[in-house]
Design a protein around this ligand. Structure first.
Ligand SMILES: Cc1cc2nc3c(=O)[nH]c(=O)nc-3n(C[C@H](O)[C@H](O)[C@H](O)COP(=O)(O)O)c2cc1C
Length: 447
C-alpha cells in the first residue's frame, strides 16, 4: 500500500440522485427508488471501487416539496442492514437526530448495525435543521439552535458511555464454565442530566469498532465546536477552495484545543461532478439536467435557504438582493451565507442561481473531463482544504459509474487513492484508532 497520504472517498446516495431533476433524466431509474437491490448494487459498485463508505442523509419529517422531486426518505439504518448483507468492506454511514431520538434506542440500533456488519457502522450526528419535524413529536416548536446543541452534547456523552458499558472482555460465552458474561465488566451509567436520565448498561456486548465512527456536518460556531470535540469525520459544503481551506484550518485548530491530532478528524466536502470526454460535453450534460428543473420546486428550495419567495419574479432578471435580509438569517445559517455569497460574488439571474443550487443544494458542482475533476480533487486535497470527498453523483447509477470508471483510476495512478482495502472496518479504512471503553484504560490503536 502506498505510504503517500490517501484520499477518503464516500458515496453520498440521495434517492433519485443529487440533482433535483435527476429523476426526470433519461439515464435515471426512477421506478427503482424503493427497490433495495438498486442500493445494494450501488454499494457493491462502490465497494468494487474500494470506496471508504456509502452514506444516507435523513430527517424525521417530509422536508421537501415532493410534488416535483423524489425527495422522500426511507429510514437509513434499516436500509443499511440490508446492504450489509450483500457487502463485506464498504462502510455504512446513517444519519440520525439527537433532537428527535433517545440515546438508549439509538445506541441499540447502531450497535446492531456494527455487529451485523462486522464493524462498518458510522453515525452522521445531526440536530435536525428542518423545523417541521417538531410537529411529528408533539413539540410546540422546533427547539432553538443552541438548545439543540446543548442536548446533542449531553446525548453524545450518554450514548458513548452506553457503547462503552460492556468492556471488551465482558463477553465470556463459555458453555464449559457456564459463564456467558463477566458482570464485573458491565457498567451502569446512572446518568441524570438536564435532557436525559439513563441508567444503563446497554443490553448487548461492545461493538467491533468500540463505537460507530462519529460523523458530523456542523457549520455554525456551535456546530464546529461540537465537531471539533466529537466528530471523527466532518461533512461540509463549500463552493470555493478558499472557503474550504478556511473551514479545514478552523476545525483542525479547534480540535487541538480538545487535544485531538489532525489525523483524528477527516474533513470531507461534497463534490457533485458532471463528467464528459470534453468540457463542452460535460457542460451540455449539466445543461440537460438544468433544462429539466421545475421552478416551483427550485423557488421553494431557495425560499427555505434565504427566506425570500421569488415566485412571480422574472427568472431571467437579477436576484433582488435588497430583499435578502442578512441581519435575520433564515434556515440553516451556513447554507444561507453560502447562497448570499454566490449572489454577491456572481450577480446571477434568478434562473442561474436556482440552476446553480439544483445540482447539490449548495455543494460544489463541477463540470469537466475526468482529468479536470481529478486535478481539482488533488488540488483541494493537497492544499489543506480536504482529507477526501463525499461524492454526490447528479444521477444514479450512471453518475456514479462514470466517476468510478473514469476519475478513480486517475486518482489511483497518481497514488492518491487505495488500490485495495487493507482493513475490514470503517475505522480501519479511515485510519482511526479503535477507542477503548472508558471503563478500561489504554486506547487500543488499530493494528
Ligand atoms: C453533507 C451534509 C449532509 C447533511 N445531512 C443532513 C441530514 O441528513 N439531516 C439533517 O438534518 N441535516 C443534515 N445536514 C445539515 C447539518 O447537520 C447541519 O445542520 C448544517 O450543516 C448546519 O450546521 P449547524 O448545525 O452547525 O447549523 C447535512 C449537512 C451536510 C454538509
Amino acid at each position: 500500500m502506498s505510504n503517500q497520504r490517501q484520499l477518503v472517498l464516500n458515496l453520498f446516495i440521495y434517492p433519485g440522485g443529487h440533482h433535483e431533476a435527476a429523476w426526470r433524466y433519461k439515464g435515471s431509474e426512477p421506478d427503482r427508488i424503493l427497490d433495495i437491490t438498486h442500493y445494494q448494487e450501488l454499494a457493491q459498485r462502490a465497494e468494487a471501487s474500494k470506496f471508504d463508505a456509502i452514506f444516507f442523509a435523513d430527517g424525521p419529517a417530509l422536508a421537501d416539496n415532493v410534488r416535483y422531486a423524489q425527495r422522500f426518505r426511507f429510514e437509513p439504518i434499516t436500509w443499511l442492514a440490508a446492504i450489509a448483507a450483500v457487502t463485506k468492506r464498504i462502510g455504512l454511514i446513517a444519519t440520525a437526530s439527537t433532537t428527535y431520538t433517545e440515546p438508549y434506542n439509538l445506541a441499540r440500533l447502531f450497535a446492531s448495525l456494527d455487529h451485523l456488519s462486522r464493524g462498518r457502522a458510522g453515525w452522521n450526528i445531526v440536530t435536525t435543521s428542518a423545523p417541521q419535524a417538531a410537529q411529528n413529536f408533539g413539540l410546540p416548536e422546533h427547539p432553538p439552535h443552541h438548545e439543540r446543541y446543548e442536548r446533542a452534547r449531553e446525548y453524545l456523552d450518554v450514548i458513548s458511555r452506553l457503547w462503552d458499558s460492556w468492556e471488551d472482555d465482558a463477553l465470556v460465552n463459555d458453555p464449559a464454565s457456564g459463564i456467558f458474561a463477566d458482570t464485573s465488566k458491565i457498567h451502569a451509567l446512572d446518568h441524570v442530566g438536564k435532557h436525559f436520565r439513563v441508567r444503563g448498561p446497554l443490553n448487548i456486548s461492545r461493538v467491533p469498532q468500540g463505537r460507530p465512527v462519529y460523523v458530523q456536518a456542523g457549520a455554525s460556531d456551535d456546530g464546529r465546536a461540537f465537531a471539533a470535540r466529537y466528530a471523527e469525520a466532518i461533512f461540509t459544503a463549500h463552493q470555493t477552495l478558499d472557503s474550504a481551506k478556511a473551514f479545514y484550518a478552523d476545525i483542525k485548530r479547534q480540535a487541538r484545543t480538545f487535544d485531538r491530532g489532525p489525523d483524528e478528524i477527516k474533513i470531507l466536502p461534497g463534490i457533485s461532478p458532471f463528467i464528459g470526454s470534453t468540457q463542452a460535453e460535460a457542460d451540455r450534460l449539466q445543461d440537460e439536467f438544468n433544462e429539466l428543473i421545475q421552478p416551483e420546486y427550485s423557488l421553494a428550495q431557495l425560499r427555505q435557504m434565504i427566506g425570500v419567495d421569488l415566485t412571480g419574479y422574472d427568472l431571467d432578471g437579477p436576484v433582488p438582493r435588497h430583499l435578502i435580509d442578512t441581519a435575520s438569517v433564515r434556515g440553516v445559517a451556513s447554507r444561507f451565507k453560502l447562497v448570499v455569497d454566490i449572489v454577491d460574488r456572481e450577480k446571477p439571474t434568478i434562473r442561474q442561481l436556482v440552476q446553480r443550487l439544483a445540482g447539490a443544494r449548495g455543494h460544489w458542482v463541477i463540470a469537466g473531463t475526468p482529468e479536470k475533476i481529478a486535478d481539482n480533487i488533488q488540488t483541494w486535497f493537497e492544499s489543506g482544504a480536504a482529507d477526501g470527498f463525499n461524492v454526490m453523483p447528479p444521477w444514479l447509477p450512471g453518475g456514479f459509474d462514470v466517476f468510478a470508471e473514469q476519475v478513480v483510476p486517475i486518482l489511483r495512478k497518481r497514488g492518491l487513492f487505495r488500490e485495495d482495502y487493507t482493513g475490514t472496518t470503517l475505522r480501519e479504512h479511515y485510519g482511526l484508532a479503535r477507542p477503548a471503553s472508558i471503563y478500561s484504560n489504554a486506547v487500543k490503536a488499530i493494528a
